[in-house]
Structure formats: C-alpha cells, structure tokens
Design a binder for this molecule. Structure first.
Ligand SMILES: NC(=O)c1ccc[n+]([C@@H]2O[C@H](COP(=O)([O-])OP(=O)(O)OC[C@H]3O[C@@H](n4cnc5c(N)ncnc54)[C@H](OP(=O)(O)O)[C@@H]3O)[C@@H](O)[C@H]2O)c1
Length: 491
C-alpha cells in the first residue's frame, strides 16, 4: 500500500493511518522463518510471494516445516477467488521454500470443505489482519493444500535382513510410499520411540513367529500428521496430529507410513510429537497389565522394572487408581520411581525383592522384567487369590522351537497350579495394540494422571538411530527413548 497519498481530507488521513498500520503489521510478520503454530514451525512468505513457476503468489502462505501439509489462504473479502488462487491450482506442480532455504516441489489442490474446516483453525494470522475471519469457514475462503509432489518415494532407514542393527540397517533415499488402503491413513512421521521389541525383531529374535519382508522400515511407535486418508476413513482428517503403535508393520524410521485407522489416536492437546511417540506401545502394555491385575483403590501392588518404559507408565496408572505401590528398581532410580508415585522402593541389586516384603502381603505383582526368579519371588509375597501379571518371557531372549515349547509348558504348568492351594493366578500379557486402548491412555494424559519421561532423544540419522537401539539394548533405559524424525516441536 502506497504512503505517497497527497489528499489531506479526513478520509485520506484515515486511509494513511490504516496504510501505516498495515505496513507495520506486514513488516512485523513478513519473512518470519521458524515461528510456530500449534507446535509446527512455519514460514511466512513475503507479501509479494516467492516466484513459483510462472505465478507470483500474493497471499500469505503458511507452511508446515515439511510440505506434507501446507495451508494457503487468501485474505477473503472481495477477492475470495483471486487470480493467484486459480493460477496456483492451474499448476500441476509448483515450488515452495521451507525454513533453511530448502525448496520442495508440491502439488496444489483445493481443500474439501471438511478439510478446510479442519485446517482453518491452524492458521496463525491472516494478512491483512482480517481478524473477523478467524474460525469463519462458511465464507468459503479458498484453501489450497500443497502435497509433496514427489510423494512416491521417501527417505527411510531400512532393514535388509536379520542381524546386528549396525550390519542390517541402511538409509534408502527412495523407499516407496504406497497409497493408503481404504481403511488406512498416511502419516508424516515427526517422531518415533524405541522399544526392546524393535532391536529384538531386527536381530531376528521373533523370526520363528513373525517373518519380515525386506526391505523393512523399523520402529513400531510413531507420532506425526495425517497427510492422506483412505476412502473408508471416517474419524481422521488430513492435518490431524496423531500417534500409534503400528505393531509389526513398523515404519517409524521413515518419513511416511500408512497405518490402519483402528490403531491411530489423536494426540492429546498440549503434547509434543516426541512425548506422543513415547506412549503407544509401552503405555498400552502398562494399561493392559493393570486391567489384567484387577487393580483398584487400596490394592497393594508390586511393580518390577518400575523405571523402564512400561514400568514408568504402570506406576502412574496404579497410583491414579489409588493403589499402594512397591517399586522394584535399582537404588539409582529409587528417587525417580518415587517421583512417579511409588510409595516404597526395593533395590533389586541387593537381593530378591520378596526378602523385603512380608509373605502374603500383596494383591498383585506386575512383572516388566521377566525370568523365573520374578515368579518365584512373587509367589511368596502374593496373598491368597493374588495375581502375577507378566509381560516378559522367561529366560529365553531368542525364540526357538525348543525355547517356545519350554515357555509354553511353563505357562501351562503355572496356570494349572493357580487352581490349587493359594490360587495365585499366573497371567502372561501380550499386547494387541488398538485405538481403544490408546484412547484410554490419552484420556489419562489429558487428565494429568500420566506423564511421559524421556530418557534421551536421538536424531533421525542412521548413526543416531543405531545409538538409540543400542541404548535400549543395554536394558538401562529410564522411561523412554525417542527418535525425533522431523525437527523437534511442542504443542
Ligand atoms: N508382552 C508384551 O506385549 C510386551 C510389551 C512391551 C514390552 N515387553 C517386554 O517387557 C520388557 C520391558 O519393556 P520396557 O520397554 O519397560 O523395557 P526397558 O525400558 O528397556 O526397561 C529397562 C528398565 O528395566 C529396569 N530393570 C532391568 N532389570 C531389572 C530388574 N531385575 N529388576 C527391576 N528393574 C530392572 C532397568 O532399571 P535399572 O537400570 O535400574 O536396572 C531399566 O530402567 C522387555 O523385555 C520387553 O520386550 C513385552
């Protein structure tokens, strides 16, 4: 807007004031790189727009830090359908500039009304500042979604066979991006977390039960943004911030992954992608164990492995239910598990935990470490009718035919014994992840009953992911290990 207007009437004075205000507002916002809205870094292009193809775009353009979801809005009003909008849509492919000067090819398409309704609240500002448009989608203000044009391939860490992670993982710059099936959503991964199952399956510990097809993208747990939805997906929309345990399908170490909608929950407000990625597998397992143990107000509960991924969630969940918790952990983590809600702590490094507790004094033992010794100790401290819930195997790390038979036989014998004597139930737990369980976890997070403790966050490069897997394999994780695939952000 020009400031060289000469007319001095009251109308023009007002115009000049408005012009100065607009200029100031524009200068305060233009070229703002790396600002955030709802946790996602954005780039605000300047008013004249960047040259893209043959078109000069005049509106403000808001970009996600990666171009899986980009919202372009006109300023509304008389130019609700300006030429730039039509020109932009006429281009099959155009280019945008991301923070850091990275340029990406994107494919513009008009948003559906449902998508517009979902995306509109994500705009931080509109220039000129037509504040009255905030939240008003009934005006059909055009929104263009820019999807990555080259969305047929992605950068991913892939596994080529079974073995030590540093020998079987490599980076693929062109791993295929498949279209989502009718019941799947495509998620742009922002963060993933590492669980022991990840390195166990990379090394082939479970290959007798589950055969992988290679190349395979590891990491079960992930959090990110929905960038496409199958035709039968009803509950999720493009732009939703979501997380999931994608079970044996993995995919957390890639840029994009398709996930069945029945595994996907919306991230609770206020939770960053790193924390969201740290929840699905471990917290659902903890919740399942709590359910199986029948824990309620006043229950006396022992949690073995209280400082690990599953244990930290179980302690908090049992606390929220009003249980009295004895945590079994090393002395080094005693303060930490108390901070989660444990009433007492027994140091497992000084001897079996049953030595520190009166016989028959406990209603439930949650075992997140495994091994025959835990079962033997639990039997002495459990009261009549008590429950021993274990998520872990016995001594066998690697499942072979022999070890499978041994574990199966041990489970059957222990379960048979529970019908006699003090009727102590032996309950093995195997997680079958679901949205229903994850939604329950998320409600606890929203209620302030469940917090995420991240031991360490690693970068997305291969050496970082290898270090994260190695960290998990040491068995010394305190809380969770996270791999931040996209730049860190918080909501
Ligand atoms: N069945 C299922 O569906 C299912 C689901 C999830 C996990 N799991 C299995 O459950 C196990 C635990 O998973 P996770 O994610 O919690 O593992 P994790 O995070 O790697 O657990 C590490 C923690 O365990 C503690 N710990 C190690 N030995 C201990 C002992 N003898 N007594 C008490 N604490 C001990 C360590 O504390 P210190 O450093 O102080 O020793 C560390 O904080 C793994 O074997 C995993 O494969 C099974």
């Amino acid at each position: 807007m020009s400031l060289s207007i000469r007319n001095s009437g009251p109308f023009w004075r007002l115009q000049r004031r408005a012009a100065r205000l607009n200029t100031a507002l524009f200068q305060a916002t233009k070229g703002r790189v790396g600002a955030t809205f709802r946790g996602a870094p954005v780039l605000l292009l300047d008013h004249a727009g960047r040259r893209s193809g043959t078109v000069r775009t005049t509106p403000l353009i808001y970009l996600d830090d990666r171009p899986d979801l980009v919202v372009v809005a006109s300023k509304g009003g008389s130019d609700t359908h300006p030429a730039w909008y039509l020109n932009l849509l006429a281009m099959p492919v155009t280019e945008v500039e991301l923070p850091g000067g990275v340029r990406r090819e994107v494919r513009p398409r008009p948003a559906s009304s449902a998508e517009r309704a979902a995306l509109w609240p994500r705009l931080v500002a509109v220039y000129p500042p037509y504040a009255d448009y905030a939240g008003r989608t009934e005006r059909e203000i055009p929104v263009v979604i820019l999807e990555p044009a080259a969305c047929t391939t992605q950068r991913a860490i892939v596994q080529h066979g079974y073995g030590a992670a540093d020998t079987v993982l490599s980076v693929s710059a062109a791993h295929p991006v498949e279209p989502p099936s009718p019941t799947q959503v495509r998620i742009r991964v922002h963060a993933a977390s590492v669980n022991p199952i990840d390195w166990q399956m990379i090394e082939g510990h479970r290959r007798l039960l589950v055969k992988r097809r290679f190349p395979y993208v590891p990491l079960f747990d992930l959090a990110g943004v929905v960038t496409a939805a199958g035709t039968e997906v009803t509950r999720l929309q493009v732009g939703d911030r979501v997380h999931a345990d994608n079970k044996i399908h993995g995919g957390g170490a890639g840029e994009y992954v398709n996930v069945e909608q029945e595994l996907v929950s919306t991230i609770p407000p206020g939770l960053g992608f790193a924390e969201a990625a740290a929840l699905p597998l471990a917290a659902q397992t903890a919740l399942l164990a709590i359910d199986k143990a029948g824990i309620g107000g006043g229950s006396r509960v022992v949690v073995i492995g209280a400082s690990g991924g599953v244990g930290t969630y179980a302690v908090q969940m049992a606390k929220a239910l009003g249980a009295h918790i004895t945590a079994v952990s090393s002395a080094r983590n005693a303060g930490f598990v108390r901070s989660l809600g444990a009433d007492d702590v027994v140091d497992y490094t000084t001897g079996r935990f049953d030595a520190a507790l009166p016989a028959g004094s406990v209603d439930a033992v949650l075992d997140f470490v495994g091994g025959r010794a835990q079962w033997l100790a639990a039997r002495t401290v459990l009261a009549r009718g008590g429950r021993f819930v274990t998520i872990s195997r016995d001594e066998d790390d690697r499942i072979t035919l022999g070890s499978g038979l041994r574990v199966g036989a041990a489970i059957l014998v222990r379960q048979a014994r529970s019908r006699f004597g003090r009727r102590i139930a032996y309950i093995p737990v195997f997680l079958d992840a679901s949205r229903t369980l994850l939604d329950r976890v998320d409600r606890m997070v929203s209620a302030g009953e469940l917090k995420v403790h991240i031991d360490r966050t690693y970068g997305p490069a291969l050496p970082d992911v290898l270090a994260a897997l190695h960290h998990s394999k040491t068995g010394r994780t305190v809380g969770k290990i996270v791999v931040a695939v996209a730049p860190a952000d918080t909501a």
